[in-house]
Ligand binder design. Structure first.
Ligand code: GLN
Length: 433
């Protein structure tokens, strides 16, 4: 079934999709009969895959990503590709070369990002489930802003074969859905070993969410409620944590000092990896037409200047600088040391508690263009990036609204304890309903 280009038509008021196709689910399996949307940085055979970028305009992958193979094998229909910040670089889906996506709860606000299209497609009822990717919060942020559930799995639990890389030491493909049970089901379908991704672990997720969390030790680092967190969001999330206590969990306040360096470590690392990963895009076979007939060097420069948007160019430049000789030790190496501290902090905390809880995002969804300078945008990722730096699983589950906009409760767990993170969110979801 050929894919159609759609932007803001009557069936997609919020601009969630870039491409759609009328595909009926036919197969038998765990997802039989379910239409699933796929973020546009995940390769789909025969359907354009642009990563929200002009530099990949016209690219149609000749193969399916591992996760897309799994969806089809489980009986789902891939009904389209969702909008995203270019190459996953952003927190709002405003950085798409094809225009932004709007938040279904308030069209004047962003859906979050970078998997904003997937979140809006679910929140507006267009699909029941979708795949997103999370390098520093890109599943959890839009899940929180759009009032749905999103899981960033443990690093290695889902194959990245066929995912267009942005920062491969940080990112994971993960499930998004309206309920924790749906997210768990989609996670079952996409997890598992794949020899084509050397970081894929042989630890399939096979799990039905459990009701019971009695005796669960829930840590609450005070830094999760630090400066920059909207007091109304903080109050709502505390109320949610108290609900967990009523269900038999033990709440333990603690501290996570490495949070002071986590954001800087994340941004130096992801920009460095991006500068290397994006070096392959030369604009020769795909991307905006360009008739530079001068030297190869000039043509290359011209095409990359036209093909990449301003945020992607900024990150390639900064990442290249951070890796350059003479500066490498000062930036990249230091970021890796800070990253090791974040991992050590999680390990220390997880010796005493089973999961950590706090807000997913410090605020509700921003109004369009509310954040105009890159730094203030980056700061809003402070609560989501630590899980990526350490590779641990984290889920965002809706916990109410502030000024009419959804807020997410984030539960983070130990490596390969995605099941426990899902169970905790499931119990909360049941009592909150
Ligand atoms: N907002 C973060 C960034 O811009 C996270 C993006 C993501 O997870 N892909 O890098």
């Amino acid at each position: 079934m050929p894919a159609r280009r759609i932007r803001f038509d009557e069936e997609d008021r919020f601009g969630a999709f870039l491409w759609k196709r009328d595909e009926a689910p036919t197969g038998e399996g765990r997802l039989s009969g379910i239409p699933v949307a796929v973020k546009d940085n995940i390769s789909t055979r025969g359907i354009p895959t642009t990563c929200g970028s002009r530099i990949l305009e016209g690219y149609i992958p000749p193969y399916d990503a591992f996760v897309v193979d799994r969806l089809i094998a489980e009986g789902a229909a891939v009904v389209g590709k969702t909008n995203m910040d270019e190459f996953g670089m952003g927190t709002t889906t405003e950085n798409s070369a094809y225009g932004p996506t709007r938040n279904p709860h308030d069209e004047g606000r962003v859906p979050g990002g970078s998997s904003g299209g997937s979140a809006a497609a679910i929140a507006s009822g267009m699909v029941r489930m979708a795949l997103g990717t999370d390098t520093g919060g890109s599943i959890r942020c839009p899940a929180a802003f759009c009032g749905i559930v999103g899981l960033k799995p443990t690093y290695g639990r889902v194959s990245r074969y066929g995912l267009v890389a942005y920062a491969n030491s940080l990112e994971q493909i993960g499930p998004m859905g309206r309920t924790v049970a749906d997210v768990s089901l989609l996670m079952e379908a996409i997890s598992g070993y794949d020899a084509r991704d050397s970081t894929a672990a042989d630890r399939a997720y096979l799990h039905t969410p459990q009701q019971e969390i009695r005796g669960l030790r829930v840590g609450v680092p005070e830094e999760f409620f630090g400066s920059g967190v909207d007091p109304a969001v903080a109050a709502l999330v505390w109320k949610a944590i108290e609900r967990l206590e009523e269900c038999g969990a033990e709440i333990i306040t603690c501290t996570m000092p490495s949070m002071a360096y986590a954001l800087a470590a994340y941004y130096v690392t992801c920009m460095s990896e991006a500068s290397s990963n994006l070096a392959r895009f030369d604009g020769v076979r795909y991307g905006p037409p360009c008739d530079v007939r001068s030297s190869w060097h000039d043509a290359f420069q011209e095409r990359r200047k036209d093909g990449f948007g301003p945020e992607v160019r900024r990150r390639i430049l900064l990442g290249t600088f951070a890796l350059s000789s003479g500066y490498y030790g000062r930036y990249y190496a230091k970021a890796q040391a800070a990253r090791a501290n974040v991992r050590a902090d999680f390990a220390r905390l997880f010796a005493d508690v089973d999961v950590l809880a706090g807000p997913t995002m410090p605020t509700i969804a921003f109004r369009f263009s509310e954040k105009s300078d890159p730094l203030s945008m980056y700061l809003s990722d402070i609560l989501t990036v630590p899980a990526n730096l350490a590779g641990v699983p984290a889920i965002s589950v809706p916990c109410g609204t502030v000024r009419g906009m959804p807020v997410g409760l984030q539960i983070t767990g130990r490596h390969f304890e995605d099941e426990r993170v899902v169970d905790t969110a499931y119990v909360y979801e049941q009592v909150a309903a």
